[in-house]
Design a protein around this ligand. Structure first.
Ligand code: PMP
Length: 420
């Protein structure tokens, strides 16, 4: 007897509410998934969905090489970093080989939040300061320290100052030196000096706005001039999302002190990373012995290594640029027929698609964007919104997309726009 999908869905929702408290779902009718395969997710009812939203499976859902590496290592050994194991040091070296000159320490944790938390601790210890500067609307994590660095989810405390996020679509192009001066003046008025600047180098939660040329590089330069450290949060932008390995390189930052990685680094297997320089690390470690039970465990490192291998073997950075450009070109064509599409922006496999109810005034089409998320699901594509008005799609598909996934996406959007 086939289970009734509606009854199963209702039972799963009830079970969650009973055992997990309030859980925020995508979609008015929560989606029950049972499988992932490359660019696609498969629902309990057998429906296939093109995943254009989930930025964790960088090389595609359940990539066979990653699954094999995890299974093989789990069968052989899963040890922590207190012991020598074959996969750990080699993976750290492989990541450092991608980092800028002078980066020679790789610390493993379990999530993007933990990576940012540790990076903030290192920066605060090195500078002897407590203040922090972040972008307005940023998200950096869930820990006590990183939630304070996440104005998206919580109003920042007095020791955290926010920089204005650019919005070139609406003609707002802040000046980096002025922005930095205002942020640090705000900190000073609360008795704080900046220990660090922390930025998501793709400004993902801001809706992937285009940045004024040199904006982020200018902020990093100003931070250095104030003797604050620069933390590049590469949880979203790193590992080739923007068509280069690092987002900070795309944004022209010449100097960073700490790099954090999460989400895609294990393609879904929990793993977070802090990359830094030995002098910063040794000084910090001398006063606080850092150890994470699961951070850098043998299986997580095997997953991470497999992801790096797949990116290289399948030449996914080249593909990310080619397919991302193709997607944006086709979306710009579609915008000719649908003025609701106000702006198409992004790089590599990160695209911002902003909707406007009035192209002249550039009024955010927040309600329409929300309806489009549901309509896209009906047409077999998973997307999500971002930005200060939640009027933009942030599209972060697997780097493995081909021309046929682009065609499917664009056709689904055309159909969805017609239903509005
Ligand atoms: N930094 C950025 C830029 C993120 O997008 C996220 C997650 N959305 C985090 C940090 C936190 O990562 P995690 O959820 O793995 O703790």
């Amino acid at each position: 007897l086939m289970p009734d999908p509606a009854a199963t869905q209702a039972a799963l929702i009830a079970q969650r509410e009973a055992a997990m408290g309030k859980v925020w779902h995508f979609y008015q009718s929560p989606l029950h998934l049972t499988r992932g395969e490359g660019a696609w997710l498969i629902g309990a009812d057998g429906a296939r969905y093109l995943d254009a939203y989930n930025n964790v499976p960088q090389v595609g859902h359940s990539h066979p090489a990653v699954v094999r590496a995890i299974a093989r290592q789990a069968a052989a050994l899963n040890a922590n970093t207190r012991y020598l194991a074959d996969s750990t040091g080699a993976y750290a070296q492989a990541l450092l080989a991608q980092a800028p000159a002078g980066f020679d320490v790789c610390a493993f944790v379990n999530s993007g939040s933990e990576a940012n938390d540790l990076a903030a601790q290192i920066a605060r210890f090195a500078t002897g300061r407590h203040g922090a500067v972040v972008m307005e609307g940023a998200y950096h994590g869930i820990t006590a320290a990183t939630v304070e660095l996440s104005p998206l989810t919580k109003a920042p405390p007095p020791h955290v100052a926010c920089l204005p996020a650019p919005d070139l679509y609406r003609g707002f192009a802040p000046d980096p030196a002025t922005s930095w001066a205002e942020a640090t003046a705000h900190l000073a008025s609360a008795g704080h000096a900046p220990a660090f600047l922390m930025v998501d180098t793709a400004l993902t939660s801001n809706g992937v706005p285009d940045q004024p040329p040199g904006y982020m590089a200018g902020l990093a330069k100003a931070a250095r001039a104030s003797e604050a450290l620069v933390i590049a949060d590469e949880v979203q932008a790193g590992l080739g999302r923007l068509g280069q390995f690092w987002g900070f390189a795309v944004q022209g930052l010449e100097h960073v002190d700490l790099i954090t990685l999460g989400k895609p680094v294990g393609n879904g297997h929990p793993l977070g990373v802090v990359l830094t320089r030995r002098a910063l690390w040794q000084a910090f470690y001398a006063q606080c012995e850092v150890f994470s039970t699961f951070g850098g465990n043998s299986v997580a490192c095997a997953a991470g290594q497999a992801v790096l291998d797949v990116i290289a073997r399948e030449d996914l950075l080249t593909r990310a640029n080619r397919i991302g450009d193709l997607l944006r070109a086709q979306l710009r064509d579609l915008a000719q027929a649908f003025p609701l599409i106000g702006d198409v922006r992004g790089r590599g496999m990160l695209t911002g698609l902003e909707f406007t109810s009035d192209p002249a005034a550039r009024t955010p089409a927040t309600a329409q964007a929300a309806r489009l998320v549901e309509a896209m699901r009906e047409n077999g594509v998973l997307v999500g919104t971002a930005g200060p008005h939640r009027s933009a799609f942030k599209l972060r598909p697997a780097l493995t997309w081909t021309e046929s996934e682009v065609a499917f996406f664009v056709e689904a959007l055309r159909k969805s726009l017609k239903t509005l």
